[in-house]
Design a protein around this ligand. Structure first.
Ligand code: MTE
Ligand code: MO
Length: 190
């Protein structure tokens, strides 16, 4: 009898941890969509229940989601740098942005990063190969909360990489929650 109950408990535990269930710790923090090779982990954007994606025009048929632990499992890099520019030096850490993209295997050369407040920047993947840009998930050692720079922030090694000396803060995007991979947009004819 004891064995049966133990067996049942084990079965229920397994069932609860099946692929359909998620714990808070596995909650996706970054949704990557567009021209990626990775197996999708979710279906199409649903405007009825995903108002933030809808508001910012982030429409997709499928996407790969990345959780905080997945980002933390990649090799972590630390960047000590001023932010905002000329302000206090903070200690940011997280995976290289190119390693994050490595998880989803981009097929195209441009990424468009969208933040919780709708701020959006596009970056060439080549730039991320040349400079050790990170997707910071910790600042001064602590996970970055929502309402602060979280869930993740693009941080550049401007104090370490001479080519970045004096760069402005425009491409330092905090509150990153979505990344689209797409073909590089050609500039409009003059
Ligand atoms: N999510 C988000 N990130 C952002 C911005 C923003 O408006 N939203 N502004 C950028 C710019 S242009 C600068 S100068 C710095 C600081 O912007 P802030 O002073 O408006 O926060 O953050 C950068 N990252
Ligand atoms: Mo700015």
């Amino acid at each position: 009898m004891k064995k049966t109950i133990a067996g049942l408990a084990a079965f229920l535990l397994l069932a609860a941890c099946g692929p359909e269930s998620r714990t808070v710790g596995d909650l996706p923090v970054i949704t990557v969509f567009g021209e990626i090779e990775a197996e999708p982990t979710r279906a199409a954007m649903d405007p009825d229940v995903e108002p933030l994606f809808a508001r910012y025009g982030l429409v997709f048929e499928a996407a790969a989601e990345l959780s905080w632990p997945q980002l933390a499992a990649l090799e972590q890099h630390r960047i000590d740098t001023d932010y905002p520019a000329g302000g206090p030096v903070r200690h940011f850490s997280g995976p290289l942005l190119r390693d994050v993209l490595g998880l989803v295997r981009p097929r195209e050369e441009e990424i468009v990063v969208t933040a919780l407040d709708g701020y959006q920047r596009s970056l060439a993947r080549m730039t991320l190969d040349v400079h050790d840009v990170i997707l910071a998930i910790r600042v001064d050692g602590d996970p970055i909360p929502l309402g602060g720079f979280g869930p993740a922030m693009i941080v550049w090694p401007r104090a370490q990489d001479q080519a970045l000396t004096g760069m402005p803060d425009d491409d330092w995007v905090w509150g990153v929650f979505a990344i689209e991979v797409r073909a590089e947009s050609t500039s409009p004819a003059p």
